[in-house]
Design a binder for this molecule. Structure first.
Ligand code: DX5
Ligand code: ZN
Length: 227
């Protein structure tokens, strides 16, 4: 199971400190790259990711909410990101892009916006290490969890299990104490949390609390055969 605090909710002038605050508790650090085209918000890009890679030993989970990931995503893998997520809505050739990411030593992941159906991407799943089911509209932290995404999480889990794929199912958006158990029970094994971690007085304790809730969830990641 993976808990990935999102630095979108941290102080952008103190990112190294935000990483240090969850070192030892977070499995990954989630980095939201936004280009103000694919989403109506602008955050950070490759130079800051490179600086973060040098500033922390926590593996980076780069979530690219950008146009033309076919061109712009592979450099994140080359830089040393542990996992690189592109949006299927933006990719011209998702299979080729996933292969390019893996060849460059990263885990390859694809993300689906809430309005994007899973079924057209069934054939893509064997090319992926992780599928990100967005549980808010991408662009901003602090939004409410969309419970109507639970069937999509279950469907992704079912497809992965049916085909014997080692596919991690990640959820991102509104993951907090009151929602993580539902996502875990539906089959998510990787959890992004921004405001629930960096809005807390003790971010490391918040990570551990979320982990405990996900593990305790009936049918959650603690079930044999899960990550
Ligand atoms: C939203 C980002 C999320 C965001 C989640 O587009 O992809 O990673 O940081 O923030 P919370 O956990 O506050 O919903
Ligand atoms: Zn994200």
């Amino acid at each position: 199971m993976i808990i990935a605090p999102s630095i979108l909710s941290a102080d952008f002038a103190r990112l190294a400190e935000a990483a240090a605050a969850v070192e030892g508790s977070a499995d990954w650090l989630h980095v939201d790259v936004m280009d103000n085209h694919f989403v109506p918000n602008l955050t950070l890009g490759l130079p800051i990711v490179q600086s973060l890679l040098a500033a922390t030993s926590i593996p980076l989970d780069c979530h690219l909410m950008i146009d033309d990931p076919d061109r712009w995503a592979p450099p994140y893998a080359e830089a040393g990101a542990a996992s690189v997520t592109f949006h299927v809505e933006a990719a011209a050739d998702p299979v080729r892009l996933a292969r390019a990411l893996r060849e460059r030593g990263a885990r390859a992941a694809a993300a689906l916006k809430p309005g994007t159906a899973l079924e057209p991407y069934e054939d893509l799943l064997p090319e992926l290490d992780m599928l990100l089911i967005m549980t808010v509209e991408p662009g901003f932290g602090g939004q409410g969890f969309m419970a109507d995404m639970l069937p999509k999480i279950r469907a992704a889990r079912r497809l992965a299990d049916r085909d014997g794929l080692d596919l991690w199912v990640q959820v991102d958006g509104g993951i907090a104490a009151d929602t993580i158990e539902q996502a875990a029970a539906a089959g998510a094994t990787a959890f992004v949390a921004g405001s629930a971690v960096y809005g807390a007085a003790d971010p490391a304790a918040a990570v551990e609390a979320l982990r405990a809730m996900a593990v305790a969830s009936p049918g959650g990641p603690a079930r044999p055969g899960r990550h």
